[in-house]
Design a binder for this molecule. Structure first.
Ligand code: FMN
Length: 327
């Protein structure tokens, strides 16, 4: 039952990675319209914030839509009681109802991999690699809150300043349903190639310690076919793709049409993104800077793309952005 919502070992999983300030509802809708992942992770949401008066603003990061695959709530924080309370609200359906989500969450994922300075300073996310006893308490609290009604997973890295087999062994022994490993250390950030060779060891450890835990590889996997190769080569249960969608919004497709897609369709896809963003955002014009970051995905690979992006960067409102690209 635990695995039914995040998948089973019979079918490999292709998952959209959590990316803060990127994988919001409009972007997930665009990606899903191009080629649907099997699961999406939300942006990371702080459980301590969700249990504070800031809940109403923060919780929007957990919204979902009918157009996308099941959503895993990707959470972080420091207070175990807040992990438990939020896991309870996620598993009981309370949060999905509060948000008016069309479907319930598919799982709860704990962020133990983010290397941002601000979170490391307080010992959260990847900081937990240095604090396994707190990590144990957080996993236990989340599982208590989930009450067996939602799977609980962890996304992490190979270690802190070195590849540390004890860390991933510890996680595999913690009773989680899925472990996603960004195949680099915290210290390596994203500066070296992902260590795929570690997958042989990870699969062996998973098989020995917790055969039912799904093992997902992450890091530098650009598209589905590259993921398929890794799945075949190492016998992992799936892959997670993040930045690959910046190069190809059809990254989850078996055979991406993107290289053959010309200016007109690329512009149309960006217009679609702008429309979805306008529908979704409380104050769309505040998102102009953010939308300009996405412009690089679509307004790319054709003559005049750079000039068009420069014009878009001058816009102050979403309407102005729409006017620039429709001109
Ligand atoms: C803009 C951005 C935001 C990210 N935010 C998160 C996050 O909130 N939580 C997390 O676990 N990883 C986060 N990541 C890391 C990705 O999920 C992923 O592990 C990493 O980019 C490596 O995978 P890739 O090579 O497929 O992109 C972020 C990455 C990027 C580029």
């Amino acid at each position: 039952m635990m695995q039914s919502k995040i998948g089973s070992k019979s079918k490999p999983y292709y998952i959209l990675a959590p990316m803060d300030d990127v994988t919001d509802v409009p972007f997930r809708r665009v990606i899903s319209a191009c080629a649907k992942p099997d699961l999406c992770f939300s942006e990371f949401v702080n459980v301590d914030g969700l249990m504070s008066p800031g809940r109403k603003r923060l919780r929007r990061k957990l919204e979902s839509s009918v157009d996308e695959p099941p959503l895993v709530a990707h959470i972080w924080g420091l207070k175990t009681q807040n992990f438990e309370a939020i896991a309870d609200a996620l598993s009981s359906g309370e949060l999905a109802d509060e948000l008016g989500n069309p479907t319930q969450f598919a799982g709860i994922d704990i962020n133990m991999g983010c290397p941002a300075k601000a979170v490391l300073k307080v010992g959260a996310c990847a900081g937990l690699i240095k604090a396994p006893s707190l990590a144990t308490e957080i996993i236990a609290a989340t599982k208590r809150g989930a009450k067996g009604q939602l799977p609980v997973s962890v996304k992490t890295r190979l270690g802190y300043d070195r590849i540390d087999p004890e860390w991933t062994k510890f996680l595999l022994g913690s009773g989680i349903d899925m472990l996603s490993v960004h195949l680099r250390t915290v210290k390596e950030m994203s500066l070296v190639p992902a260590h795929y060779q570690e997958l042989t060891r990870l699969v062996k450890e998973r098989d020995r310690i917790s055969p039912s835990t799904l093992l997902i590889a992450n890091g530098d996997i650009l598209n589905r076919s590259q993921g398929e190769e890794l799945i075949k080569q190492y016998g992992i249960d799936g892959v997670m793709i993040g930045r690959g969608v910046f190069h190809d919004p059809y990254a989850f497709s078996a055979k991406s049409p993107w290289p053959d897609i010309r200016k007109k369709e690329r512009v149309e896809l960006f217009l679609k993104h702008l429309t979805l963003y306008m529908e979704w955002a409380d104050n769309p014009d505040k998102g102009v800077k953010r939308l300009n970051k996405y412009a690089k995905i679509y307004i790319n690979g054709f003559e005049g793309a750079k000039e068009l992006r420069e014009k878009l960067a001058q816009a102050n409102t979403v309407q102005q952005m729409q006017d620039v690209i429709s001109a």
